[in-house]
Write a protein that binds this ligand. Sequence first.
Ligand SMILES: NC(=O)C1=CN([C@@H]2O[C@H](COP(=O)(O)OP(=O)(O)OC[C@H]3O[C@@H](n4cnc5c(N)ncnc54)[C@H](O)[C@@H]3O)[C@@H](O)[C@H]2O)C=CC1
Ligand SMILES: O=C(O)C1=N[C@H](C(=O)O)C[C@H](O)C1
Length: 366
Amino acid sequence: MTTRVAIVGGTGKLGGVIREVVEAEEGYEVFAVLGSRSDLAELDGADLVIDASTPAVSIDVVRAAIERGINVLVGTSGGRTSASPSSCARGRCRSLLPSIEIVEAHRETKVDSPSGTAVRTAELIAAAREEIGPVQSPHVDQRARGQQVASVPIHSLRRPGVIARQETVLSGAGESLSIVHDTIDPTTAYAPGIRIAIAAALEARGVVVGRRRHQRMKTRIAVGLMTVLLLLYIVLAGQRSVVLLASGDGVGIAMGVALIVLPLIALWAIGRELWFGVRAQKLGEILDAEGALPHEEVALRPSGRATRDDADALFPAYRADVEQHPGDWRAWYRLGVAYDASGDRRRAREAVRTAIALEKSDRPAA
Ligand SMILES: NC(=O)C1=CN([C@@H]2O[C@H](COP(=O)(O)OP(=O)(O)OC[C@H]3O[C@@H](n4cnc5c(N)ncnc54)[C@H](O)[C@@H]3O)[C@@H](O)[C@H]2O)C=CC1
Ligand SMILES: O=C(O)C1=N[C@H](C(=O)O)C[C@H](O)C1
């Protein structure tokens, strides 16, 4: 089946690159190209919408696609849904180099500042530094010191002749580290990412920023509903148990106690699971932002789990890491991910529980 792609902003620079990629990609066809004079009704009949327009228009494009039940991939920067690659998200250098600033340069006609890439980089830096606090940027009253995003100052230059350039400067006492990304040829630079994104966008459910998923809402609603129902049950069972406890009969009293104790145990177990889920997710996000999650390519079974051979091949390195650094929550978390990949949920949970406990004990007392 051919995927019919509608490109909003398809007459622009990025849109032109996207058109070339879609036309060349097997299984895809350019179904519609929308520009500033087009009507969003032209999206009707598309299987995938790609937005490469302007920040002012982007949100309407997303709404129009959602209303039609069409998945939408947003390349436009400057809105809350922008997703761009980052040049620096590693947490490893964070404590040694406490001052971090971003300098980005784009063409003079770019309408959004700071660039979406710079904003995303700042957010990822802040996420990676969560445990040690914001970067050193004490200037809150000097506009020339840049716009602070998640405490990271961003300086935007708009210059003729520049395509896209970002420098992330990390500085410490007597040293500095610069990470520079330059776009030299947009077509060759962006095409591989566009290919990955259009394939992922067709499969995506919910909102996905970059390659990370943000689909927790449904789970939260289900857990919230369960907790409300359980609380209701506890109130009703509590009333019943008061009657039984007051009956003076031995069996009645035992039933009254059970009626109130058992749901309380269930509530405690749900709370414990919820806490586990929240912390496991948080630690996973920290490692992801640091680029420190296991990244080996493994063959997957239809269930989405790694094949036994590939999963077994992963273990020695992660187990050895834990043996060498038994107090390092990151090593334990990675071992948990390796267990999970092999389908050993019990050991995966044990390892992640250890990681959560170690991370908690690492945190400075409030
Ligand atoms: N995520 C990434 O890695 C990248 C993102 N971008 C972003 O993509 C966006 C587009 O950039 P360029 O192609 O360089 O800009 P451009 O100015 O060349 O193209 C903008 C396009 O939007 C269209 N447009 C404007 N108003 C419209 C409306 N009301 N309805 C439909 N279409 C409308 C224009 O006709 C034009 O085709 C920018 O936000 C830019 O920052 C660009 C390159 C890479
Ligand atoms: O040309 C642009 O506009 C670009 N914008 C992106 C952003 O805002 O992050 C980055 C891209 O490399 C070029």
